[in-house]
Design a protein around this ligand. Structure first.
Ligand code: SF4
Ligand code: SF4
Ligand code: SF4
Length: 264
């Protein structure tokens, strides 16, 4: 009943976005696995992984980077396509298509707001890029695998487990699975707006935010901006923004392009 009420309350303009995210879940995840299946891959890891071919290891050479890229060649192509579209058109992948970020947002939207955690007060840009530097440099130096904290393994495994796949069930009961599931609950399902993982920990989101900021600087496309002379500083947009990208500066809303996902 509560879920139906929540569904009905979704603004019409956002319903098509959730429709795309659900379609994306069907294309990327079990039981259908349509897109990974096209390249004969069982999940979003291995040759389709977009999260780890750019990691820096001490003493790494260009040949090593080439080897990392060749292992995940489909992921290299996919990430390039994501970043090119972001540069010219805004964060279409993150806002409209990524099932890994979109699924927790949708679940969070349907849950009771009373249990939600509000992360808005945290300084998301320093945390995101601080973690990104740790992920890129410190974790490889310490020998910690990029797969230890990975939303791109966790969300697909949940779908796999619910489709009866043994690998999915085994993952969710493993130590890595439990830690990742805990993070997904804290930063996804039970986060206000469901996008805290995207805001703080996702390396793709960190790179994509930089490219979005660059695209906005060159004004290639229409980004979300505020008409300063019409803004009354009512704060409504800041409270509603799914990524906490809007702040009031001198009682005027300002959109941070490092964080905005162009969800409109
Ligand atoms: S930030 Fe990461 S998880 Fe979130 S939508 Fe973008 S790619 Fe997906
Ligand atoms: S604070 Fe946001 S919603 Fe309110 S008038 Fe300004 S732009 Fe519009
Ligand atoms: S600023 Fe607007 S378009 Fe950007 S993420 Fe927030 S709500 Fe979406």
């Amino acid at each position: 009943m509560q879920v139906m009420k929540k569904l009905r309350a979704i603004p019409n303009g956002q319903k098509y976005r959730y429709g795309l995210i659900m379609l994306s879940c069907a294309l990327f995840f079990a039981p259908f696995l349509i897109l990974p299946g096209l390249v004969d891959n069982p999940d979003l890891c291995g040759k389709v992984c977009i999260r780890r071919f750019y990691l820096y290891f001490p003493g790494m050479t260009l040949d090593d980077l080439g080897a990392q890229m060749s292992v995940a060649i489909i992921g290299v192509i996919a990430l390039s396509a994501i970043l090119i579209t972001t540069f010219f058109f805004g964060r279409i992948w993150c806002g409209y298509l990524c099932p890994v970020g979109g699924f927790p947002e949708l679940v969070s939207r349907l849950l009771n707001d009373r249990w939600k955690i509000e992360y808005r007060a945290l300084p998301q840009v320093p945390i995101r890029y601080g973690y990104f530097a740790t992920y890129l440099l410190l974790m490889p130096m310490l020998g910690i695998s990029a797969c230890t904290l990975c939303n791109f393994i966790t969300v697909p495994r949940i779908f796999e487990a619910f489709s009866g796949g043994l690998m999915g069930i085994a993952f969710l009961f493993s130590t890595v699975g439990i830690v990742n599931l805990g993070l997904l609950f804290l930063l996804g399902f039970s986060a206000s707006k469901g996008r805290a993982y995207c805001q703080f920990l996702c390396p793709i989101g960190a790179i994509d935010g930089i490219v979005n900021r660059l695209g906005a600087k060159f004004r290639f496309t229409r980004r979300i901006r505020v008409e300063r002379d019409r803004c009354t500083g009512c704060n409504v947009c800041a409270r509603q923004c799914m990524t906490g990208a809007i702040k009031m500066v001198d009682r005027v809303a300002v959109v941070d392009q490092f964080s905005c996902m162009s969800c409109h």
